[in-house]
Design a protein around this ligand. Structure first.
Ligand SMILES: [Zn+2]
Length: 230
């Protein structure tokens, strides 16, 4: 399993980090460049605490309509910002909305970056800043329903500027497993914080190497190659 948090750093990033670090749960933060520039200290804390920072574009546009140069700028500005803040560069990217084309895949390959989508969508962003228990239970229900069917779920959650209190509450607080029973802390994996000598996102040392290079698959997306075993 991999936990991923998109669109940050934001209003709940510190609270998410507090819950993750308490149980040493790895996770990947797919940051937006403008949000890193606005909250540089949070990006630094993510890196300092050993979490992987990944590229979710500079300002979250739909990438496919952009020119190759426009797409490249969206990726490279994030790398430059992250490098200036943390002395690390992202080696994985996630296109906004999961929408990509051959141009984006080529740009990623040129930069030796992996492309990660997701396979479990908690739809937590729909809470729109609410922390109500209804939203918390919905996030957990969706994660468990989808994640239980997969060997290596890639779970999509958010840490947006508006804040995601329901997402925070869905993470473990006083118990390493409950209420998020699907979390299975010991099996959690994360992508490496740096690209390493191979320059690819090949999983952490000692892991199976999953999810490896290329595109992690997304549930419900008939147009996307499914390569869960890759
Ligand atoms: Zn996003």
């Amino acid at each position: 399993m991999a936990l991923t948090f998109d669109d940050g750093p934001g209003g709940s990033t510190a609270a998410i980090l507090a819950r993750l670090t308490r149980y040493k749960v790895p996770a990947t933060f797919f940051n937006i460049g403008v949000n890193m520039a606005a909250r540089p200290s949070l990006a630094r804390v993510e890196a300092r605490d050993g979490y992987a920072l990944a590229d979710h574009t500079w300002d979250h546009p739909a990438l496919v309509p952009l020119s190759a140069a426009g797409q490249a700028a969206e990726l490279d500005r994030v790398s430059a910002e992250q490098c200036s803040l943390t002395r690390t560069v992202p080696c994985v990217l996630r296109p906004p909305g999961g929408d990509y084309d051959a141009t984006m895949l080529r740009l990623a390959q040129q930069r030796r970056m992996g492309v990660w989508l997701w396979s479990v969508d908690t739809q937590d962003w729909m809470a729109d800043g609410s922390g109500s228990s209804d939203w918390v239970q919905r996030i957990i229900r969706l994660a468990e329903a989808e994640g239980a069917q997969l060997r290596h779920p890639v779970v999509l959650m958010h840490n947006q500027p508006i804040g995601n209190p329901a997402t925070v509450s869905a993470l473990p607080a006083d118990h390493p497993v409950l209420p998020l029973t699907w979390l299975q802390v010991r099996r959690a994996l994360a992508i490496p914080a740096s690209c390493g000598p191979g320059g690819h996102a090949g999983g952490t040392k000692g892991s199976t190497g999953w999810p490896g290079r290329g595109v992690a698959w997304v549930s419900g997306g008939e147009d996307h190659a499914r390569s869960d075993e890759a």
